[in-house]
Each structure stands twice: as structure tokens, then as C-alpha cells.
Design a protein around this ligand. Structure first.
Ligand SMILES: Nc1nc2c(ncn2[C@@H]2O[C@H](COP(=O)(O)OP(=O)(O)O)[C@@H](O)[C@H]2O)c(=O)[nH]1
Ligand SMILES: [Mg+2]
Length: 236
């Protein structure tokens, strides 16, 4: 039995290894063209699409200064892409057909729908948001090839989630606490959340935001803008 399960683990490691290589090469190619791909991960309903809408709202300036688009991923439907397009945001929808995460090949397929990466030289877009399937488990295990990995948790989900889903937060480049407008109405313990996050991931900045009130959005948009400038400066 242990030999059989050993073989299963080897297969998983090999598949993940292949994906890691594909994700790294996609990331390098996009960086060379000056395109910033920002991945978002979080549970269903954690506010991923709302965060993208808020960040690309004309009032923040990110969408005015930068050519942007969104790749959406869900098990089924075009709901999120339609929702973004209704707001004038260019979006393509990937249907994973039951898969609980995006891998690098799926990301590349979504980018191809946007005509990316395109011919050598500067990309035609500066900024693409990649909304992963709603899930805190598989999305943390499989690298979709984004340059920035944002892990979202919404206040109603509770402050204990980093302890229960450590990988989801440990590998993130930034952690976004969404629906901050609910802080103070329930029993979310922000101090405990910050302490637990710090023990899992000391380097990721935390952004406390609300798509409803706009709280924290300008700071997050400015952080992304800084990453965009670094990407453009480093492009070959
Ligand atoms: N109160 C509040 N509700 C929010 C906020 N952001 C999203 N929501 C709501 O949460 C629900 C799920 O949001 P959505 O963006 O679709 O989540 P996704 O499944 O992660 O993409 C929707 O009803 C949103 O209106 C927020 O900042 N505050
Ligand atoms: Mg969504």
C-alpha cells in the first residue's frame, strides 16, 4: 500500500513540477514584454470580482493610465466576464469544466484570447488581472504564472482561515482583507489575524479594503502601480 501511494505522490510531484516550469517561463516572457499579470485567489464570494471592479474604476486612475484587461476563471458560466464587460472592462472567461484551479497552460489560453503575449517588443496591455477559481486549497498548490499572487480573505469568513489554510497565505505576495465595512459588526479579530499572518508570511503586505466604501483601495492601487512601473522599467 505504501509503495502504491508513493507512486501516486510521485505523479503529483511530476505534474506540479511540469506546471512550475511552464509558469516560470510564462512569467519571464510576460516580464520581458512589460506586462504585469496580477493573480487573485480566494474563496467563492470573497470579493475577487468586486475588487477588480473597484481597482479598475475610473476614479482610481489605474485604468486611465494603464491598458488593462481581466481573465476570469470559473467552473462554469460567463457571469463574471459579462459583469466586467457591462462596466466597460475588457474581460475573457475561462471555463475550467470542474477543475478547482488554474494552471499555467490555462492562463496562457486566457491571455491568448487577449492576443497576448503578442509579437516581441512591448505588450499591447500593461496590466491583466487573473481571477482564479473560488477556492483556498488547490489554487494555492498550482502556480498559474502570475507575477503577483494576491490572497483574499473577506471579513465574514473569519480570522482563523490563515491557520486552517496556511499555504493559501504563506505563498502570497500580498494579502487582501476584503469587506472591511463589516469590521466592527461581527467578531472578526483583526489583531489575531495580523499575528497569524505574520507567523506564516512576514514579507507580504496586508491591505484592508472595502469595495463597498472604497476604503484602502487607493493604497492598494498605488502598490500595484509601483509594481507596474518596476515591470515596465525591467522589460527588455
Ligand atoms: N459589504 C461588502 N460586500 C462586498 C464587498 N465586496 C464584495 N461584496 C459582495 O460579496 C459578494 C461576492 O462578491 P464577488 O466580487 O462576486 O466575489 P467573488 O466570488 O470572490 O468574485 C457580492 O454580493 C458582493 O456585492 C465589500 O467590500 N463589502
Ligand atoms: Mg468572481
Amino acid at each position: 500500500v505504501s509503495e502504491a501511494s508513493g507512486r501516486i505522490i510521485d505523479v503529483k510531484a511530476a505534474i506540479l513540477g511540469d506546471n512550475d516550469r511552464a509558469a516560470a517561463s510564462l512569467r519571464a516572457e510576460l516580464a520581458a514584454r512589460g506586462l504585469l499579470l496580477v493573480g487573485l485567489r480566494g474563496s467563492p464570494g470573497s470579493g475577487k470580482t468586486s475588487l477588480i471592479e473597484a481597482l479598475l474604476a475610473p476614479s482610481l486612475g489605474l485604468s486611465a493610465r494603464r491598458r488593462s484587461a481581466v481573465v476570469e476563471a470559473d467552473l462554469e458560466s460567463r457571469v463574471d466576464a459579462d459583469r466586467l464587460e457591462a462596466r466597460g472592462i475588457r474581460a475573457v472567461q475561462l471555463r475550467t469544466g470542474g477543475f478547482c484551479h488554474l494552471d499555467a497552460a490555462m492562463t496562457a489560453a486566457g491571455l491568448a484570447e487577449l492576443g497576448l503575449p503578442g509579437p516581441p517588443g512591448k505588450a499591447e496591455l500593461d496590466l491583466v488581472f487573473l481571477e482564479n477559481v473560488g477556492n483556498l486549497v488547490c489554487t494555492a498548490q498550482v502556480d498559474p504564472g502570475a507575477a503577483l499572487d494576491l490572497a483574499l480573505l473577506s471579513v465574514p469568513e473569519g480570522e482563523d482561515k490563515p491557520l486552517k489554510y496556511p499555504l493559501a497565505f504563506a505563498r502570497a505576495d500580498a494579502v487582501i482583507l476584503t469587506k472591511a465595512d463589516y469590521l466592527g459588526f461581527g467578531d472578526f479579530n483583526l489583531d489575531r489575524f495580523v499575528a497569524d499572518l505574520g507567523s506564516l508570511n512576514a514579507s507580504a503586505p496586508l491591505f484592508v479594503v472595502s469595495a463597498r466604501t472604497g476604503e484602502g483601495m487607493a493604497r492598494l492601487a498605488a502598490w500595484i502601480e509601483g509594481k507596474l512601473e518596476a515591470t515596465l522599467a525591467g522589460a527588455g
